[in-house]
Write a protein that binds this ligand. Structure first.
Ligand SMILES: C[S@@+](CC[C@H](N)C(=O)[O-])C[C@H]1O[C@@H](n2cnc3c(N)ncnc32)[C@H](O)[C@@H]1O
Length: 282
């Protein structure tokens, strides 16, 4: 059932006042694009307005989710990573990070971080009883608080390589919040051999009017949408070694099976890439 009031949240012990149902939330809009049911009328109305401006947003959301799963398989299965910090978790849906990771290695430790109380509630319910996975209610704009959080420190050993996932979140951080400084703080905290995997919405494949239409809807949401060009997204890696094929449209990042055809890529306005911190480990 779609959420229509705060009742389901009350049953999980979360105060309804913590959940803002008066404004659209990116996590719930994304859930709607992916066909999920954890969204409110206000989210569906905003998502419908975005889809009117850019109908391909649903394909972009799916392409992003598929990238997330491929990249976790790569990090755990090929790069040997055993600890993951996933900031901007989203409402749990099929193929969550810890589930995909455990397919390759059951001992992987995962800390989820999101600033949306709804995500927190759903993730907590999903993770009940797990000793190697936890969820922190935290904000990417305060990297020091995330890095110092006891639940993060409990599961993540910063002397060992880890993977930081910033998948479809940095485009919700406006320039005035200094996203480059935020990402640099995390890069510095991670050990050599660590990985940064990110995806980021871009207007590089759309007319300015479409970008303006979609961004305008998010002006009324709890976070704005800031689409950035390739060069600005690349800068988040701060000189780390980019893993092949570099920063590319999400479906082009190590596709399973046949690579997508140019026609399918025409309007997929989201970049994805992975960088590795230089150093001996990993
Ligand atoms: C589009 S979803 C992405 C979910 C998941 N990473 C994925 O790619 O499938 C973006 C998530 O980032 C979260 N988010 C947005 N701004 C945030 C912030 N400043 N701090 C922490 N989480 C944030 C939202 O609540 C939402 O759950």
């Amino acid at each position: 059932m779609y959420c229509t009031d705060g009742k389901d949240i009350m049953e999980t012990g979360f105060a309804p006042s913590d959940v803002d149902t008066s404004r659209p939330h990116p996590a719930r809009m994304y859930d709607y694009y992916l066909g999920g049911k954890n969204n409110y009328l206000v989210d569906r109305q905003a998502a419908a307005a975005v889809l009117r401006a850019a109908p391909e947003v649903r394909d972009i959301a799916r392409a992003n989710r598929a990238f997330l799963q491929r990249v976790v398989r790569y990090l755990v299965g090929e790069a040997g990573i055993r600890q993951i910090i996933d900031i901007g978790t989203g409402i749990p849906t099929a193929g969550n990070v810890h589930e995909v990771a455990r397919h390759s290695a059951p001992d992987v430790r995962v800390v989820y971080v999101d600033n949306d109380p709804i995500v927190h509630v759903h993730a907590n319910a999903l993770l009940t009883g797990e000793g190697t996975t936890s969820i922190v209610l935290g904000d990417l704009r305060d990297p020091d608080a995330i890095l110092a959080h006891p639940k993060v420190r409990e599961l993540i050993d910063f002397d060992e390589p880890a993977a930081l996932l910033l998948v479809a979140i940095l485009h919700f951080i406006p320039d005035k919040a200094q996203p480059r400084r935020i990402v640099a703080t995390f890069r510095e905290a991670l050990a050599p051999g660590s990985y940064l995997a990110l995806s980021h919405g871009t207007g590089d494949f759309h007319d300015a009017s479409v970008v303006a239409g979609a961004s305008a809807v998010y002006e009324g949401a709890t976070a704005p949408l800031v689409l950035r060009p390739h060069q600005q997204v690349s800068a988040y890696f701060g000189g780390w070694d980019l893993i092949e094929p570099g920063l590319v449209q999400a479906p082009l990042w190590r596709p399973d099976g046949k690579p997508p055809r140019p026609r399918e890529l025409a309007k997929i306005g989201i970049y994805a890439g992975v960088g590795r911190k230089p150093g001996p480990a990993g």
